[in-house]
Write a protein that binds this ligand. Structure first.
Ligand code: PMP
Length: 443
């Protein structure tokens, strides 16, 4: 049904086919399903059916309220009541919805400067710059930090925004096996021996790019080892903390906080506000002279609408709470609840016999389904029990390691965790997902 036009290949090419074939199967999962309210502890999904040809989804008008294990609402700040919502409401009345301008024109509000200095303090860097979209923070900043004649060394599972920015930069890119420090060192040896790469001239710059927590794997980057290699081989280090900022470390300040490392050792700390802060956009933090340079060169900042006032306020209030600057223990309590929930669920899922990837401190818990055919079945069984969880497979994961990803939040209670464990126990039997005790002994 894809038509050629004017002799050219159709604009939607084969990609439509690729998804349409799976559409019927995905009717019962949360994939691309409209939501009618706050993505908090619970989420309300609209029910849907497919048309006769399974080409499109149609809404039925009914809704379904589920326990939400599918949003990146790690600290439970995605809500429409409480201190963040009150402050945002007042801000909207004072500043409106949009700055209607870019930062370099008249789009810099006092709020932008307040948020930037709070972010810099929070992550332990001299300065920070914020951009209205997390994706653009990577993809428009990396190309102004490195360019042709430079080398980027990238973890094979780095996010699309990093890959996009790296390609856009024109730098030479080498990839190492996910979080594998032996493979990274072998690559560094090959590229940096005696300061001379295998090209006729030394690289202008070498930058290693990794993430704090990998969102498909739940793995935490091995920062101490990376820093050891940095001292030995010398390169710039860029860490994307989209999933670790606010979610990791005793003070919620990301991977440096988690490992007790001085943030000065990392050249660039990048993160997003879409997860732990329940807001939107991203930040880049580093030395003041680097950030000043980025303000003048990063296209995502100079050619795009500046961050909106309500988003700024949500970030400011939630970050102040995490830092305890509101004078309460609420931030600390949220961090402790998140850490407890994540450990409790991953430990007990393993105990039930599931294969769980990732680190036990990660708020993302991937439960491995192996066979792609089990993706829709797992989702359907979860939805039957009013649990919303994202299931992913190829091409986002290797074909044989399809998975369900439980995203844990401080908004969840222990009773919620127990409910999920009971549901997974039943579903694991139905879909034969658990290891037998013999298999467990072998793993
Ligand atoms: N970096 C990483 C590691 C991410 O996972 C994401 C998105 N989840 C982004 C950047 C882009 O952030 P945003 O969704 O805020 O645009």
């Amino acid at each position: 049904h894809l038509k050629e036009q004017n002799g050219y290949a159709p604009l939607n090419s084969d990609f439509e086919n690729f998804y349409v074939r799976r559409l019927k199967l995905r009717i019962n999962d949360v994939f691309n399903r409209p939501v009618t309210g706050v993505p908090g502890r619970k989420i309300t999904l609209l029910e849907r059916k497919t048309d006769d040809y399974c080409k499109t989804f149609q809404l039925t008008g009914n809704t379904k309220e589920c326990l939400n294990l599918s949003s990146y609402n790690y600290l439970g700040f995605a809500q429409c009541e409480g201190p963040c919502a009150d402050a945002v409401e007042q801000t909207v009345r004072k500043y409106g919805i949009s700055s209607c301008s870019s930062r370099a024109e008249v789009g810099t509000l006092d709020l932008h400067q307040q948020v930037e200095s709070l972010v810099a303090r929070f992550v332990g860097k001299e300065a920070a710059m914020i951009i209205s979209m997390g994706y653009a923070t990577n993809s428009t900043t990396i190309p102004v930090l490195v360019s042709k004649g430079c080398l980027i060394i990238s973890d094979e599972l780095n996010h699309s925004s990093i890959v996009f920015g790296s390609r856009l930069s024109g730098a030479f890119i080498r990839v190492f096996k996910h979080n594998n420090m032996n493979d990274l060192e072998a690559l560094l040896k090959e590229c940096i021996s005696q300061g001379q790469p295998r090209t006729h001239r030394p690289w202008k710059k070498i930058m290693l790019i990794v993430e704090g927590i990998y969102s498909m794997e739940g793995s935490i980057c091995n920062l101490p080892k990376i820093l050891e290699l940095k001292r030995k081989y010398k390169f710039y280090l860029y860490v994307d903390e989209a999933h670790s900022i606010g979610a990791l470390g005793p003070r919620g300040r990301g991977v440096c906080d988690y490992y007790g490392v001085n943030p000065d050792e990392v050249d660039i700390l990048m993160g997003t506000f879409t997860k732990s802060f329940g807001a939107a956009g991203g930040y880049i933090a580093g030395d003041k002279n680097v950030i000043d340079y980025l303000r003048l060169t990063s296209h995502g900042s100079i050619y795009a609408e500046s961050m909106t006032p309500l988003v700024l306020q949500q970030i400011y209030t939630s970050m102040s709470i995490i830092m305890g600057e509101d004078g309460t223990n609420e931030g600390r309590e949220r961090l402790e609840r998140l850490a407890f929930n994540a450990r409790y669920l991953s430990t007990n899922l393993r105990r039930l016999g599931f294969i769980i990837y990732g680190d036990r401190d990660s708020p993302i818990i991937p439960l491995i389904l192996f066979n792609p055919a089990k993706i829709p079945a797992f989702s359907r069984e979860c939805l039957k029990r009013n649990i919303a969880v994202v299931v992913v497979g190829y091409p986002a994961t290797p074909m044989i390691s399809s998975r369900a990803r439980f995203c844990i939040s401080a908004a969840h209670t222990k009773e919620d965790m127990d409910l999920i464990l009971r549901a997974c126990d039943e579903i694991g039997d139905i879909l034969q997902l658990k290891l037998s005790s013999n298999q467990k002994r072998l793993t």
